[in-house]
Write a protein that binds this ligand. Sequence first.
Ligand code: AMP
Length: 305
Amino acid sequence: MALLVVGSVALDTITTPAGRAEETLGGSAVYFSLGARCLDQVRMVGVVGPDFPVSEKQFLADRGIDTRGLTTGQGPTFRWEGVYGQDFGDARTIRTELGVLASFQPGLPEEYRTTPCVFLANIDPALQLDVLDQMEKPRWVAVDTMNLWIDQQREKLLEVLARVDLVFVNGSEARQLSGRRNLFEAAAFVLDRGPRFAVIKLGAAGAMIFVGDAPFVLPAYPLGSIVDPTGAGDTFASGMLGYLAGSGRELDFDAMKTGLAYGAVNASFAVGDFGVSMLRTLTREVVESRLAYFLSTNQLPAGAR
Ligand code: AMP
């Protein structure tokens, strides 16, 4: 089942304890597409400015991503700058320049509208709703967001939550959204807003998925060295949703548990080097071989695989 993503396409400037990268290819839709294309057919919706390198647009298409929904608007490409502290925890945003994203009105190519699986990656919730309104009865919809939108577009975001099956948030976003310190209470708050499943990402500590009040927890993929956590959340979602859409499995708790393992594995390819470096050449074989190792160190419950 094909997978449609709407999100940012960016030029990122990133500083981590391991170094700095300037104006490097990024954005939630880019990380997601580069991760998910190894597991399923991906259709991308986004916008860049005329300043976006032609070679990068070509690169995305060459990787097999359907970029018919990636348009060129008038104005600068979206730019984001973030800095990470010694613990490689949540990024501190230094600069967000929406550029072409500020006036983006996604008009979906006709063939995109019947795509069965949809990921509303991190972008203004008003745009997420815009895309959702154009879809014809998707089988399932998942969403991701960030602190900026929880802060500035809370009502719109709650509207989105009421219309999706699965939500991704990290621990601090779950607390910010719910106003609860305790993550179990925060997950209950999110699920009360409508989605069937909530994934709370905990960085190096792994991720939890909640259905009702039943949680399931998986650690992160064990990596000796982390270089740049940017895109970890988007590539986590790419592994999980790429697996779920590509396998055609129903969204049940067992399938979700396997999805979580694919998420952890894909995220490990985002954080091992700056920007999308490792994702540029990623293949399904490499994903599966890391997954096999990961599952040899973490047993999934019977039924999950
Ligand atoms: P992640 O580290 O998975 O949360 O995602 C990092 C990506 O999110 C970066 O490549 C940024 O370009 C992108 N990003 C940062 N802020 C925003 C925003 N306000 N809207 C959309 N994308 C953003």
